[in-house]
Design a protein around this ligand. Structure first.
Ligand SMILES: O=C(O)C1=C[C@@H](OP(=O)(O)O)[C@@H](O)[C@H](O)C1
Ligand SMILES: C=C(OP(=O)(O)O)C(=O)O
Length: 429
């Protein structure tokens, strides 16, 4: 256990940061680069633990993947030539690896076994097992095919028409990946939009895919190797966006951050609550919009967060709860029951941590009610081995009046290995 003591910051935060690569896009770069025949370079790849789980899964199937800093070179003979893994695949803490890889494994004529860490073993897999079984895969998992560990006998899939019952890009992506390995058409209907990186990248790799309003259709495809540039991760940038918004006098610029519309809910919320946010240097690279985001402190007021915006900021909700503690009035977050199914129950973890620091936060079934504005005192908080909870508490130390001690911060390596270095940089610069 690696605990961390954070002293309250005296002055504002300021300066510039290069935000590391997007976790979602990095996973998908490895997956499509491995399925495609040829050589794919992925630049600005996130070397966090979660993405390395996806890399290792394909290495076990015989794909050659070389890492050189944040550049990956993937050389593959294509999915028809994958080896059956001789050992179970370890998905670690990564829900994205688990759900997306199950889509891939379902479509391949291989027998595989898979398991995860204690957190992932508690997260539901039936949301992908059900549609993938409908397509013809044979997947057997713990608790009546609901949880890891599990085994997959894949191949000979047929397309399905599937309306997503959960607002989940992981479920959508698992079905689309199985769909490009299946006979016939696979149609996914998504009533509420979720992140669309899989669709963007499938298009770039030449898959048979079409999109009309809420409907995505794919069919059997051979992918062509295509280089991928990974934008900075807006979910990582969010911690520093909130840091600048809550600390009087602050101004921070976060460079080359992904601005895909399906991910930018945090920007909308910051603006609505009263922070100043400006975007500059916009460009589209590898089918994804990127740009620099400058956030300045502003007098904040509470907001209502529900409905279609929720999937556009789902991973940012813990740090948005911290933001709300520094806003005048009430912030009500609802329609976010999915938070209870992440690395930990993020509703309970946020309420527990922020309450210990003196905030007024109440849990509801599908969200939280936060009453501001609170002066945060220091104290001892728990990360629950959840990277987003650990980083949220670290940002809280910018506005607390005594030291905050976080029990275990090793989880930051999952999505943002240099988080504490970057935090020190904006405080001391
Ligand atoms: O597809 C993805 O890359 C992700 C989708 C989201 O999960 P759900 O699909 O479970 O909502 C998100 O919380 C996760 O961090 C990454
Ligand atoms: C929920 C997350 O990731 P995953 O589902 O991939 O574990 C996250 O990064 O906040």
């Amino acid at each position: 256990m690696k605990d961390m003591k954070l002293k309250p910051a005296k002055g504002p935060v300021h300066g510039e940061l290069d935000i590391p690569g997007d976790k979602s896009v990095s996973h998908r770069g490895v997956i499509l680069g491995s399925l495609a025949e040829g050589t794919t370079k992925v630049t600005n790849f996130l070397t966090g633990e979660d993405c390395m789980r996806t890399v290792n899964a394909f290495k076990l199937m015989g794909v050659e993947i070389k890492e050189n800093g944040t550049e990956l070179t993937i050389t593959s003979k294509g999915y028809k030539h994958f080896n059956e893994p001789v050992e179970p695949i370890y998905f670690g803490n990564s829900g994205t690896t688990a759900r997306l890889m199950l889509g891939v494994l379902a479509g391949l004529p291989l027998f595989t076994m898979a398991y995860g860490d204690a957190s992932l073993t508690r997260r539901p897999m039936d949301r992908v097992i059900k549609p993938l079984s409908e397509m013809g895969a044979s997947i057997t998992g713990r608790k009546n095919n609901t949880y890891l560990p599990l085994s997959v006998s894949g191949g000979s899939l047929k397309g399905i028409n599937y309306t997503l019952p959960v607002k989940s890009a992981q479920v959508k992506s698992a079905i689309l990946l199985a769909g490009i390995l299946a006979e016939g058409e696979t149609e996914v209907i998504e009533p509420t939009p979720t992140r669309n990186h899989s669709e963007n990248m499938l298009e770039a790799f030449g898959a048979n895919i079409s999109r009309h309003n809420t409907k995505i259709t794919v069919s059997k495809s051979s992918l062509k190797a295509t280089d991928v540039f990974v934008p900075g991760d807006i979910s990582s940038a969010a911690f520093f966006m909130v840091a600048a918004a809550i600390k009087p006098g602050s101004s921070l610029t976060l460079k080359n951050v992904g601005l895909n519309q399906t991910r930018t809910g945090i920007i909308d919320v910051l603006i609505e609550m009263g922070a100043s946010v400006t975007i500059s240097n916009q460009a589209t690279i590898s089918g994804e919009l990127i740009g620099d985001i400058t956030v300045k402190y502003g007098e904040l007021k509470g907001a209502t967060i529900n409905g279609d915006i929720v999937p556009r900021l789902i991973d940012e909700l813990p740090v948005i709860a911290l933001l709300a503690t520094q806003a005048e009035g009430e912030t009500v977050i609802s329609d976010a029951g999915e938070l209870r199914l992440k690395e930990t129950d993020r509703i309970e973890a946020v309420v527990d941590g922020l309450t210990r620091l003196g905030a007024n936060v109440e849990a509801t079934e599908d969200g939280m009610i936060i009453k501001g504005k609170s002066l945060l005192h220091g104290g001892q908080v728990k990360s629950y081995y959840d990277h987003r909870i650990a980083m949220m508490h670290a940002i809280a130390s910018l506005v607390s009046d005594e030291e905050i001690i976080i029990d275990d911060v090793s989880s930051v390596a999952i999505s943002y290995p240099d988080f504490f270095k970057d935090l020190a940089h904006i405080i001391s610069e």
